[in-house]
Design a binder for this molecule. Structure first.
Ligand code: S3P
Length: 188
């Protein structure tokens, strides 16, 4: 790793090292917190949903409607593999279901420090709104069910967990970076 020595945040940003990967349910704050962390670390930010959408020039909702969830998951698996393989260190926000795939979990853990952003489902619901445009969230209580179904996958994927309830985006971003620095001196 080469670091310039003028002390500015950009100069201190690593030019190599692991990605910072954010996982968790819809509404956990992966995108907003990820963008904030990327700005602090002076790294590119990538959202796997955006990568998927760019690949087929359709929104996530359109992919679900036209091709179904199975096809979306295939595209998501490829997107995760591609971003995890980036030689430049990224901040990666994963779609909420990306860690359901064991290969994706492995790729993310091997290439990054994986942080699970947590919040009670009642908090997530107020953030995303019931009847959200997200295709998996059209029914009430869906988040509760997904939380139970996915807990083991998030646990298997994550190196660290950060509680996001009752915290601002800036506070969560600071908590993520502090937790990551404890385990990995490459990050920031
Ligand atoms: C999904 C979460 C969404 C998106 C898709 C499926 C999920 O991403 O990938 O609607 O299965 O939890 P966000 O978690 O960024 O909302």
């Amino acid at each position: 790793m080469s670091r310039a020595d003028d002390g500015s945040p950009a100069a201190l940003a690593p030019t190599t090292g692991p990605h910072l990967v954010l996982v968790g349910l819809m509404g956990a704050g992966k995108t907003t917190v990820g963008e904030r962390c990327a700005a602090i670390l002076d790294r590119p930010f990538v959202d796997t949903d955006v990568v998927v959408e760019a690949t087929v020039h359709l929104s996530v909702t359109e992919i679900f409607e036209q091709f179904g969830e199975t096809r979306f998951r295939e595209l998501e698996r490829q997107a995760v593999a591609d971003v995890a393989a980036s030689p430049a260190p990224l901040v990666i926000a994963c779609g909420g279901g990306a860690v359901l795939d064991a290969g994706s979990r492995r790729a993310l853990r091997d290439a990054g420090v994986v942080v699970w952003l947590q919040a009670p489902t009642a908090v997530l619901e107020t953030r995303v709104g019931v009847g959200s445009t997200r295709p998996l969230l059209r029914a009430a209580a869906t988040l509760e069910r997904l939380a139970a179904q996915r807990e083991a996958a998030y646990e298997a994927a994550a190196h660290l967990t950060v509680d996001t309830a009752d915290r601002s985006i800036d506070d969560v971003a600071d908590a993520v970076l502090a937790a990551v620095r404890e385990v990995d001196t490459w990050i920031g």
